[in-house]
Ligand binder design. Structure first.
Ligand SMILES: Cc1cc2nc3c(=O)[nH]c(=O)nc-3n(C[C@H](O)[C@H](O)[C@H](O)COP(=O)(O)OP(=O)(O)OC[C@H]3O[C@@H](n4cnc5c(N)ncnc54)[C@H](O)[C@@H]3O)c2cc1C
Length: 390
C-alpha cells in the first residue's frame, strides 16, 4: 500500500476493522483519507475475533446500545454483497443463526423471560424445548434443558471482513500506511490539525482515533483520560471429522462457532492481562473444557490452532464514539470491546457522517466520552500547550 504525499481531509489512527470501516465510508462520501497503521491492517483484535454478529448474546436490554447493535446487524447482508462486488472478497456471512443454550432450569427461565421484549423488538427468537433442540442439533449436550433459537444472529470471517474493507477503501483512493506508528497529534490551540509520524508530520483536516486496545495510551495526546483498556481473549479452533452443528452454540460461559472451512471456533476467555497477548495453558484448558461440555463429540476433533487478541474494553463495555470534549478536529471510535465486528458497519457510517458534519443516522450522544465525566481540557493537569505534539 502506497505512501501519501498530500494532506488528507481525514487521517485515521488504527487499521483494524473500525478504522477501515470508517475510511471506506468516508471515501464513498468523497473524502480523501489516510489510515496510519503501526503494524499491518487487521493484525490485532480484528483478526482474532470469532466474527459473531450476536447482539443478544451479552445479556443486553432495550436502549440506545441495542439500537446501535441492531442497526449494524441489519447492514450486513448489503455490506457482504457490496464488498464482494467491489473487491471480490467473500466475508463469509453465515446465516444459520444461533442457539442460546440453557444448561439449567434457572437459565431457561431467564432466557424465556427475555423472549417477550426481544420479539417485541422484531427479533426472530423462539424457545426450543429439549426434544426440539435435540432434533435440530443432535450434537448439543444432553444436559441442555432447552435453547433460544435466534435466526437473525449470524457470523462472518472477521479477518476477511477487515481485509475487504481495507481493499474497498483502497480502491476508492484511501491511502493505508502500514508499519507507520502515529506518535502524537499536531495541535494548534484547541484544534487538532494532524498526526505526528516517526519521520514527519501528517497534516489533516480531521483526525479519527481508532487504535483499539491501545486507545487508552492515546489519552495522553489529548490531555484527557481515555478509559480504554486491553481485555485478552483466547480462542482455539477444532476440526471435527464431519460438521456437528450448523448454528452457533452460545453457552453461559462461551461459544462454539461452526466456520465455513469446517473448523469450530471455541471462544473465548475474558482476561485482565494488560498487553500480554500470549496463549496460555490455562486458557486452552478452559476452552477445551467448554467445547466438550457444550458438544461432547468435539472431544474427538482435531486441534487446529490457538490464538489470542486484545479487545478494546471500556468501563461500561460500550463504544466511545464522536467528539472529544474541549478539542476540535478530532473524533473517537474506540472501546468496541466484544462487539467490534458486529458494530463495524454502523460505526463506519456514523463516524463518516459525524466527521463530514452531516446528521447521523443514530444519535452519538449515548456513546460520547462525556458520559464518563472526564475533566474538560482546561481542568486537566498536564494539558498540552498550543502547537505541542503529544
Ligand atoms: C478472542 C476475541 C473474540 C472476539 N469475538 C468477537 C465477535 O465474535 N464479534 C464481535 O463483534 N467482536 C468480537 N471481538 C471483538 C472485536 O475483535 C473488537 O471489538 C474489534 O476488532 C476492535 O476493532 P478495532 O479496529 O477497534 O481494534 P484492532 O483490530 O485492535 O485495531 C486497532 C489497530 O490500531 C493500531 N494502532 C494502535 N496504536 C497505534 C498507533 N499509535 N499508530 C498506528 N496504529 C496504531 C493497531 O496496530 C491495530 O491494528 C472479539 C475479540 C477477541 C479478542
Amino acid at each position: 500500500m502506497s505512501a501519501s504525499t498530500s494532506s488528507p481531509d481525514v487521517a485515521i489512527v488504527g487499521g483494524g476493522v473500525i478504522g477501515c470501516a470508517i475510511a471506506w465510508h468516508l471515501a464513498r462520501a468523497g473524502a480523501r483519507v489516510t489510515v496510519v497503521e503501526r503494524g499491518v491492517v487487521g493484525a490485532e483484535a480484528s483478526s482474532a475475533a470469532a466474527g459473531m454478529l450476536a447482539p443478544l448474546a451479552e445479556g443486553i436490554t432495550p436502549g440506545p446500545f441495542l439500537d446501535l447493535l441492531l442497526a449494524s446487524l441489519a447492514r450486513y447482508p448489503t455490506l457482504a454483497d457490496t464488498l464482494r462486488e467491489e473487491t471480490g472478497i467473500d466475508i463469509e456471512l453465515c446465516t444459520e443463526g444461533l442457539l442460546r443454550l440453557a444448561l439449567t432450569e434457572e437459565q431457561a427461565a431467564t432466557y424465556q423471560a427475555a423472549l417477550a421484549w426481544q420479539q417485541a423488538c422484531g427479533l426472530p427468537v423462539r424457545w426450543l424445548a429439549a426434544d426440539a433442540l435435540r432434533a435440530l442439533a443432535p450434537a448439543v449436550t444432553p444436559v441442555a434443558v432447552g435453547a433460544v433459537l435466534s435466526t437473525a444472529e449470524h457470523h462472518v470471517n472477521a479477518a476477511q471482513l477487515t481485509t475487504a474493507l481495507a481493499a474497498a477503501a483502497t480502491r476508492r483512493g484511501v491511502t493505508i500506511l502500514e508499519q507507520t506508528p502515529a506518535r502524537g497529534l499536531l495541535r494548534v490551540g484547541a484544534r487538532v490539525v494532524g498526526v505526528q509520524l516517526a519521520d514527519r508530520a501528517l497534516a489533516a483536516g480531521h483526525v479519527v482515533l481508532a487504535a483499539g486496545a491501545w486507545a487508552g495510551e492515546l489519552g495522553g495526546w489529548l490531555g484527557l483520560p481515555l478509559p480504554v483498556r486491553p481485555v485478552r481473549g483466547q480462542m482455539v479452533a477444532l476440526r471435527p471429522a464431519a460438521p456437528l452443528f450448523a448454528q452457533t452454540l452460545y453457552g453461559p460461559h462461551g461459544y462454539l462457532v461452526p466456520k465455513r472451512d469446517g473448523t469450530v471456533y471455541v471462544g473465548a476467555t475474558v482476561e485482565e492481562a494488560g498487553f500480554d497477548c500470549r496463549v496460555t495453558a490455562a486458557g486452552i484448558a478452559q476452552l477445551l473444557e467448554l467445547a466438550t461440555r457444550l458438544a461432547p463429540a468435539l472431544a474427538d476433533a482435531t486441534f487446529v490452532r490457538a490464538w489470542a487478541g486484545l479487545r478494546p474494553g471500556s468501563p461500561d463495555q460500550r463504544p466511545i464514539l464522536g467528539p472529544v470534549p474541549g478539542l476540535e478536529g478530532v473524533s473517537l471510535a474506540v472501546g468496541h470491546f466484544r462487539n467490534g465486528i458486529l458494530l463495524a458497519p454502523i460505526t463506519g457510517e456514523l463516524l463518516a457522517q459525524h466527521v463530514l458534519g452531516q446528521p447521523t443516522a443514530l444519535p452519538l450522544d449515548p456513546f460520547s466520552l462525556a458520559r464518563f465525566a472526564v475533566p474538560t481540557l482546561g481542568e486537566q493537569a498536564g494539558t498540552q500547550s498550543p502547537g505541542a505534539v503529544g
